[in-house]
Design a protein around this ligand. Sequence first.
Ligand SMILES: *[C@@H]1O[C@H](CO)[C@@H](O)[C@H](O)[C@H]1NC(C)=O
Ligand SMILES: *[C@@H]1O[C@H](CO)[C@@H](O)[C@H](O)[C@H]1NC(C)=O
Ligand SMILES: *[C@@H]1O[C@H](CO)[C@@H](O)[C@H](O)[C@H]1NC(C)=O
Ligand SMILES: *[C@@H]1O[C@H](CO)[C@@H](O)[C@H](O)[C@H]1NC(C)=O
Length: 643
Amino acid sequence: MPITNMIKQIIRPLGLRKVLYFLLLMCGVLIFYLMRYQLTSSSKHQARLSAKQQETIAKSSQLEGVWTWKCHNEKCERHARTKQDGPSVSLTTCNMLCGSMQLWPSPTGPVTLGSRALIFTVDQIHLETVLVGAIKELLDNAFINFVDNVAKTSRNKNGDSKYSDINKFRVFINVIDSDTTKLYIGTNESYSLTISTIETDLVVSIRAGTFFGARHALETLSQLIWWDELTHGGVLKVLKLASISDSPAFPYRGIMVDTARNFIPIESIKRVLTGMAANKLNAFHWHITDSQSFPFMSTRVPKMSRFGAYGRDMVYHPEDIKDIVEYARVRGIRVVIEIDTPAHAGNGWNWGPTEGLGELAVCVNEQPWSAYCGEPPCGQLNPINPNTYNVLEKLYTDILELSEETEIFHLGGDEVNLECWSREVKWNDSKLNYTDLHDLWGVFTLKALERLKKANGNKLPKYVIMWSSNLSKKPYTTKYLNKNNIVIQAWGPFQWGQTLELLQEGYRLIISHVDAWYLDCGFGRWRETGEAACDPYRTWQSIYMHRPWDSISFNKGKILGGEACLWSEQVDADSLDSRLWPRAAAFAERIWSDPIVNPFSGFAIDESVYTRLSTQRDRLMERGLIAEALWPQWCTQNPGMCL
Ligand SMILES: *[C@@H]1O[C@H](CO)[C@@H](O)[C@H](O)[C@H]1NC(C)=O
Ligand SMILES: *[C@@H]1O[C@H](CO)[C@@H](O)[C@H](O)[C@H]1NC(C)=O
Ligand SMILES: *[C@@H]1O[C@H](CO)[C@@H](O)[C@H](O)[C@H]1NC(C)=O
Ligand SMILES: *[C@@H]1O[C@H](CO)[C@@H](O)[C@H](O)[C@H]1NC(C)=O
């Protein structure tokens, strides 16, 4: 009110022009105050900016760059940028060009990498090959997956940037054996890859033994590509020059995931396969049922999942499994499905009596459980009921059909509780007289193998895997386990010596030592009684350092490879990724490259391994996996300063 009075008083004695001068002055004062306000409350101001505007501001301040990375002794050092430095160099770009190769798992053959990069765009990438037919189709799908991964590396939300140093990004692929479209133990997975330039084209040349080697080469190529956020506001770069030869140390490189203690949805299983492909792992061992639940929907015995699944939506339908098998194959992975028996089988097997088939399983959900099994709920197949074997044969037929995997078959076979059988089975059948129930177990195994053979067109799969157990010890090995068919998955701690005994006896092995490669350990107890199953936590370093074959001097060639295991008592879709990654990547380098470690000289694991694994973890994140952090980010930004 006083202001309007004041204005009226001023206007009256003065003319219109003076009023305008006065208003102009007031405007000036207003602008001055607004500018001051903006300067003193920039944080409030920023909160009002759209996310997009903020991103632009963040980008431009990054471009100005307080820090830059300089390559010194094959290590990137962080420096405050000075005027003489020119444009800032990003950490990723420095790492990629600094002579410290960032490939994971590290190649086993010679590697030569240039120190210059070229800018390109996703839509410049083209496949060039003379291959035709089934392999071409498979390769096309693998190539789509590769391009998709490169696109994920690009943070350019609005499609490609317009910058490029090249005309075309040409990828030539040739394989020696163009007939192999399925992975076998003997499949040649080796490849060689070169990057060069011809005129204005970038030319990648891949030569591989089979499709599977070519696929690995594409994976390696994707690791020679990175996102440089500091050039032109963000561009994709690729090394200008490279030459790599590579092949795996072991033919079987597996990850086991249990989907019975807790259900894991198909989409989550695909994420496991995505991570495996990025680390050149090639066998997905799907522990699909256990005594808790039976989510495998069998076409031939639909009652199994009807009675055994946790819920109607917690079931793997035949088409889900086919989908997984194809998704895996494109990524160079075979799927080995295990229905564990005779132990670890309960829920899902309990409908026999009502159908007139008798008890198919005994001790199901028995209490007190600790007398009849290693963890609740109990359950073990009834070995003296002939119907048990009829059901098994049907399940085997389903698995062979769906997985299209007839070279490797997993029979299960761990942790049979003889107490359960002794109480439930032995005394009921007068025809049987086992003084040692291991013989009942052995006879069960022979009968199951007979049914597997029938299900597989009267031929046993070449590699029938069984978990190590009391049956895979003398004298039962010679009595029941034919080493020409049976492969033992050795999971007891290496110190137990069973691994050595089995090798001495001439068995082929897959190593899964619980003290090194069980990824579920270390999360404490999930029940009141007993201790936590297998404390402590296995760090990535201990996984990486485990190299049991180093101290073995005989039959080393019988070791087909290894498998890292994730039992799912305390994991489901929500924590699956972080429980697996990046530790399973550490396992992958052990089993693909088998780098020599020397625990007696300086650091057991070289600093460059830390940095490379950190880079690999970033790649897994780019592909959408939620991999756990390795260390403080400061250590990533300051290579070599955290050991
Ligand atoms: C495997 O493939 C490579 C090409 O990557 C080839 O040089 C090598 O001879 C092949 N090995 C065998 C055993 O066929
Ligand atoms: C194997 O047998 C030994 C004794 O012979 C027993 O103590 C052990 O619990 C058995 N292991 C399993 C997994 O049943
Ligand atoms: C064995 O006999 C007992 C009692 O005689 C019975 O409760 C149990 O169900 C029988 N077990 C099997 C597997 O037939
Ligand atoms: C079972 O076999 C043992 C020796 O192998 C014998 O002593 C026992 O009498 C037999 N029991 C039956 C019921 O046949």
